[in-house]
Write a new protein. Sequence first.
Length: 143
Amino acid sequence: MQTIYETYSPEETAKIGRQLGKEALPGDVYTLIGDLGVGKTVLTQGIAAGLGITEPVNSPTFTIVQVYDSGRIPFYHFDVYRIGDIEEMDEIGYEDYVYGEGLSMIEWANLIEEILPEKRKDIVIEKDLEKGFDYRKITITSK
Ligand code: ADP
Ligand code: MG
């Protein structure tokens, strides 16, 4: 199933994130794809807020996964942009997170396609400058 949202401000994108965070169930996996500056962090901060997470959430710059435990369920925020080899995912305990009791969200998930669980939500954020600088199209495909 596919749902498409169109937003015209960061607040609207964050609101969609909050809704996703409220709906998330233990063991859910979201992937997040989109160019730099498109709003991945804005959406992620909304998701974290929807989970009830109180600490600040940014991109996990120096680690592949950042764990947040202050919400309704754990939140595992992955950024796999810098992985060199898929085996690095084993080393950080990827499967324990992804098949665990929290919500996993994986930025740049296309780089680890072969080890993604089949059941997941794929989230793609895109700009369309013809529709304005702040326009974003958010496509969510449930698999
Ligand atoms: P990414 O994490 O994908 O690199 P960020 O979330 O850090 O991107 O940044 C997105 C930028 O785009 C922010 O400066 C935000 O204010 C701006 N922005 C403008 N319009 C939107 C929108 N509709 N949705 C999300 N962000 C938007
Ligand atoms: Mg970011």
